[in-house]
Design a protein around this ligand. Structure first.
Ligand code: CDP
Length: 221
């Protein structure tokens, strides 16, 4: 019997289409889906809510360890309080990359993410470091990308605002996420890079599904 969990890692920058693709892919494969960005957002919101200074790395890390974060069915809760809406707000979005650069916070989140995947026998997990650090042995690692302009236009279509300002804020976050020392956003040599610009969700999901079947067979034999 093969008990290796079927992990599909979806990484990439903001607005690359990770959530949409990962959710659709999970449903096609009959697997569960985890949005790890929501976890970093939940820690950021909890720290701001409790007036913990974000540059106090020890206090933020202690808070991250002490709260109970649940991400499921499109909802995120902290200690059983639904924070799905506030974690998507501008204040959390502007601050989350600072919290995500905190190594002790990352350690706690990685432990939760690995436990999530192992307890379910696999899943589709999206984030920034899933294929590189959290699940380096994932069955398939996909890195989704698109030009900053396309990504900004998508975000504005979702949450409104000005495309130029959105592009600047996305690029600022890309820079912080890619230049931090602990598990920066990057492709790994064994990831499949897909540019989602100008392509439909279905076409991309079809492409990923087609890559999974032979890998599952190869792993079984
Ligand atoms: O949806 P969007 O791409 O805007 O962001 P997200 O996936 O919700 O992630 C928010 C932030 O969390 C990112 O900008 C990263 O700073 C951080 N993050 C991370 O460091 N590692 C992950 N595995 C997931 C998110």
């Amino acid at each position: 019997m093969n008990s290796t969990p079927v992990i599909v890692a979806i990484d990439g920058p903001a607005g690359a289409g990770k959530s949409t693709i990962a959710r659709a892919l999970a449903s096609r494969l009959g697997l569960e889906y985890l949005d790890t960005g929501a976890m970093y957002r939940a820690v950021t919101h909890a720290a701001m809510d409790r007036s913990v200074a974000l540059d106090d790395t020890e206090a933020v890390a202690a808070l991250a360890r002490s709260i109970s974060i649940r991400v499921a069915d499109g909802k995120t809760s902290v200690d059983d309080i639904d924070v799905s809406e506030p974690i998507r707000g501008g204040a959390v979005t502007a601050a989350v990359s600072t919290v995500a650069a905190n190594s002790a916070v990352r350690r706690s989140m990685r432990d939760l993410q690995r436990a999530w995947g192992l307890s379910r026998g696999g899943g589709v997990i999206e984030g920034r470091d899933i294929g590189t650090v959290v699940f380096p042995d994932a069955l398939l690692k996909v890195y989704l990308t698109a030009s900053p302009r396309v990504r900004a236009e998508r975000r504005v279509a979702e949450v409104g605002g000005d495309v130029d300002a959105m592009e600047r804020s996305i690029m600022e976050r890309d820079h912080k996420d890619s230049s931090r020392s602990d598990s920066p956003l990057s492709t790994s040599s064994d990831s499949v890079v897909i540019d989602t610009g100008g392509r439909t969700v279905d076409a991309i999901v079809d492409e990923i599904v087609a890559m999974i079947a032979p890998r599952r067979t190869a792993r079984r034999s």
